[in-house]
Design a protein around this ligand. Sequence first.
Ligand code: SAH
Ligand code: SF4
Length: 395
Amino acid sequence: MPTDSPIRPDPLPLPARPGEGRTDLVGLSRDALRAALIAAGTPEKQARMRTAQLWQWIYQKGARDFAAMTNLAKPYRALLAEHFTIGRPELVTRQVSADGTRKYLLRVAGGHEVEVVYIPETDRGTLCVSSQVGCTLTCSFCHTGTQKLVRNLTAGEIVGQIMLARDDLGDWLRPGEGMGERPRLISNIVLMGMGEPLYNFDAVRDAMRIAMDGEGIGLSRRRITLSTSGVVPEIARAGREIGCMLAVSLHATTDAVRDKLVPINKRWNIAALLEALRAYPKLSNSERITFEYVMLRGVNDSDEDARRLIRLIDGIPAKINLIPFNEWPGAPYQRSSNRRIRAFADILYKAGYATPIRTPRGEDIMAACGQLKSATERARKSKREIEREAGPQAP
Ligand code: SAH
Ligand code: SF4
């Protein structure tokens, strides 16, 4: 049974409320932080070192209060506290699934809400992070796509999701401990929560650079996966400026079906998408692209689809992630049967593709892929609107 526990009050003193005129340091790029420190009176010669020290306190030790930063002189700590804060998104609720999955509902500036999901596995712990409140795209099988309210998250709000999960999991470096000494609970990050990350490029890039930086959150870029619905012009830029692993929501093998499932296909079709992927600069045998493929009964799950998929992605080092459709109230599709999913996977496997079938996690708390949608976001499309967008394919 899910445990629906309201979050306990934070025992740490909050350094400041937003709007008190101090700058929140979370999410600032190294250059921006350095400039902010100099503007606040840090001698230029020291600024680089202070930036590194602050990053370690903020992103590795989880410090919330400048007073705790014992390797900085007391008057300097006071100067920092005068000008800056170290913020967090506000935690609204935290749910724990029977399978250990945790779903956090966070409130960000303006009262908007986003969801973050932590998925523990035997060999890793993955945090599924959101990039936007809602999503401007309207994929017909995705709950987030029915949410009307949308705003981009800031870099601080994106990194803040990781930090808040680390607070909850007690996943910060312990006193005296070095980076890499102990496996961390959050070992992987996937940008697969709410939103289309490539439509919030700059904030996602800045946040992921902090996540990948050895003095920041400190995860290897191979442990960070950005999932896109196929914003073709931004794919090469993501390779150049972020350089993390890429997952692509393909979900169909013909343009006619993909137009219905992932409407951005009308703008950039399958051929254009695959061309961008072939050129993804980081592409190599060791850096496969993950193709995500949601299994929808009678829509995209035939043997013929599987064979067409193999032909389409021929030549691209790839892994295919089959996602059994996660249902949500009013959804116009059904999940393919297990037998169908296995038969589909088998065809791909015989063609040489690693084809993990994603086990739905946290179903009892609606934490599974594509089910995220802020609970208080009541303005939603009607069932009829969803069905109209889904078109005649829907069962
Ligand atoms: N906007 C990005 C990332 C977020 S969605 C994208 O679309 O890629 C993460 C993955 O979950 C995507 O592959 C998405 O298509 C898939 N998804 C969305 N709704 C789903 C559902 N109801 N069941 C299963 N997968 C779903
Ligand atoms: Fe947006 Fe991704 Fe959902 Fe499509 S699948 S509506 S792009 S979050």
